[in-house]
Structure formats: structure tokens, C-alpha cells
Design a protein around this ligand. Structure first.
Ligand SMILES: Cc1cc2nc3c(=O)[nH]c(=O)nc-3n(C[C@H](O)[C@H](O)[C@H](O)COP(=O)(O)OP(=O)(O)OC[C@H]3O[C@@H](n4cnc5c(N)ncnc54)[C@H](O)[C@@H]3O)c2cc1C
Length: 271
């Protein structure tokens, strides 16, 4: 997404969504942020009859949602109560992406569940794979630990430096732009309005209750706001405690070949 186009008037038709309409004066819910979280919230709320307005400061899917590997599956299970809860959420999420959303949105998001590999290059990473393999197996996950030789049978070009891998047989990937845009378009079909290139500047409150959202294009009165701004959240919610949202650096290289894509993902995540 080219951020130089961050002017409401100069955006191409494909990214305009509802920019040709005036910003409404009120809404049941204002969603701030047009990534996977915001577009999903807008879609689900509008499906349930809410009058929704989504504002996004750049293009739809221009944050982390448009810069990731689209890897999906049961997810890694960290053997804690929170880890198990996240694993269950991921499993339900996969069911929705596989079964419900394609039928509802008329789009399969190029979902391909052909298996995925988490590789270990250090003893510490291998120990982590062993631990998460154990807990995922107990939870019924279709996972397998592979030593280097077993891995080389699947990926003959694997580096000598790789110690082994965890194979998630139900893992795979999808095309994030297709998913996020399908949800934004689905929300619009349900009556939601979507305004890219429209930063939210302030969540307005009175007597401890939300009353509206001030944006670069005007103010929308509302009693409910979904803040789906990811790493930018402290800029909108000033009273968040320090450290409540901690940005983590990630890097990815995606090489596209027609509609399928092969990808190398290097995630450097500070834990
Ligand atoms: C390199 C990398 C690889 C990843 N790989 C995977 C993967 O393979 N599988 C996976 O499931 N996850 C992956 N993730 C994580 C995933 O991308 C994120 O968890 C997800 O996209 C977060 O979605 P979001 O909607 O919360 O945030 P975002 O997509 O970042 O959306 C937030 C939006 O809010 C907008 N915004 C911010 N402030 C304002 C404002 N004031 N007004 C209006 N709009 C505003 C931003 O412009 C942005 O579009 C990866 C992440 C990275 C960085």
C-alpha cells in the first residue's frame, strides 16, 4: 500500500470504499482500524443489525494484516492456561475461516491447509518445539516432531543448521488481503460504511461514557467504539497503562507466483 496516497481525494477507486459519501453524524458502533480485527468486528456487528462506521487512517489492510504470512492452523500451544485458551480460540477461528466465512462472503481467501513446519536452529528452540508439541498433542492437535533426517525427506534442501521441526498437518496459509477485503465488503453489504484515509483523532467521552469519535473528516456520535488499532492503540487510548501494548518487530518476505505463493518468513519477535 502506497502511503503517499494518504489523501482522501487522490485514492484510486478500488481503495475508496465509501469515501464518496459524507461521514455520517452518528452510528451504533464506530470501529477504528481497518485490519483483520476491525474489519471482522465491522462485519460481525453489521451482520447482527448494528449501524456500523469503520474509519481507517490509511488503506484497508495496510497495517500488520497486510504484511504477514497468512499462516494459519491450530496455532502453537504454550502449556499455560492462557496458552490453552488461545489454542482453543485459534481452533475455532480455523473452523470459521474454513467452513462459515467462505460460504457467507463468497471467497475462499486462497486458504490452503497443506501442513506447516516450525523449525528449530538452536537447542533452546528445539526444547520449545518439544514442549509445544507435547501440549498440542494432548489437546488433540495433529502435530509431529521430525528430526533432521525426517525433515529432509519432506524438504530435501533443508540446511545442515536445522536441528529438526514440528509438523502441523492441519497448518497452512491464506491470502490476508482477500480475507480482510472480503470482510470489509461483507460489512458494507450489511449496511456498514467504510472510510479509509480517515484517521480517528480522539475518542470522546462524557461522565465516563463514550459519546463519539472525532476524525479528520468530522465527528461521529456513538455510544460504542471498537478500538482495533493494534500497535497504535496508546495513541488513541491515552489512559492505557504503560506496557499494556508492546510493539514487537516482525519481518517477512513473500514471493508471489500467480495465485499461489511461496514464502519465507523470518519472525524476530521480542518476547
Ligand atoms: C511480519 C509479520 C508476520 C506475521 N505473520 C502472521 C501469520 O503468518 N499468521 C498470523 O495469524 N498472524 C501473523 N502476524 C500477526 C498478524 O499480522 C496480526 O496479529 C494482525 O494482522 C493484527 O491485526 P489488527 O487488525 O489487530 O492490526 P492491523 O492490521 O495493524 O490494523 C490496525 C489498523 O489500525 C489503523 N489505525 C491505527 N491508528 C488509527 C487511527 N488513529 N485511526 C484510524 N485507523 C488507525 C492502522 O492503519 C491499521 O490499518 C504477523 C505479523 C507480522 C508483523
Amino acid at each position: 500500500m502506497n502511503e503517499e496516497r494518504n489523501e482522501r481525494g487522490s485514492t484510486s477507486w478500488a481503495d475508496r470504499f465509501d469515501l464518496d459519501r459524507p461521514l455520517p453524524a452518528e452510528a451504533d458502533v464506530v470501529v477504528i482500524g481497518g485490519g483483520v480485527a476491525g474489519c471482522s468486528a465491522a462485519y460481525q456487528l453489521s451482520k447482527r443489525g448494528k449501524k456500523v462506521v469503520l474509519v481507517e487512517m490509511r488503506g484497508i489492510c495496510s497495517g500488520a494484516s497486510g504484511r504477514n504470512g497468512g499462516m494459519t492452523g491450530g496455532g502453537t500451544m504454550v502449556p499455560t492456561q492462557v496458552g490453552r485458551a488461545v489454542f482453543e480460540l485459534n481452533t475455532e477461528n480455523l473452523r470459521l475461516i474454513q467452513e462459515e466465512l467462505p460460504a457467507e462472503l463468497g471467497e475462499d481467501f486462497s486458504l490452503r491447509l497443506e501442513g506447516s513446519l516450525d523449525i528449530a536452529m538452536t537447542d533452546e528452540q528445539w526444547d520449545h518445539l518439544v514442549a509445544t508439541h507435547g501440549s498440542a498433542s494432548k489437546a488433540g492437535g495433529d502435530v509431529e516432531l521430525l528430526d533432521r533426517e525426517q525433515l529432509a525427506d519432506i524438504v530435501p534442501v533443508v540446511s545442515e543448521r536445522v536441528l529438526g521441526a514440528k509438523l502441523s498437518r492441519r497448518g497452512g496459509h491464506l491470502w490476508p488481503f482477500a480475507l480482510v477485503h472480503a470482510m470489509a465488503n461483507g460489512a458494507r453489504r450489511n449496511g456498514a460504511l467504510v472510510f479509509p484515509w480517515t484517521p480517528a483523532q480522539e475518542v470522546l467521552t462524557s461522565n465516563g461514557r463514550v459519546t463519539g469519535v472525532r476524525t479528520s473528516a468530522g465527528t461521529i456520535a456513538t455510544g460504542a467504539v471498537v478500538v482495533a488499532t493494534n500497535a497504535w492503540t496508546p495513541k488513541i487510548l491515552h489512559d492505557l497503562p504503560a506496557g499494556a501494548v508492546v510493539p514487537a518487530r516482525g519481518q517477512i518476505l513473500v514471493h508471489s507466483v500467480q495465485w499461489s505463493y511461496w514464502k519465507l518468513q523470518i519472525c524476530l519477535t521480542s518476547q
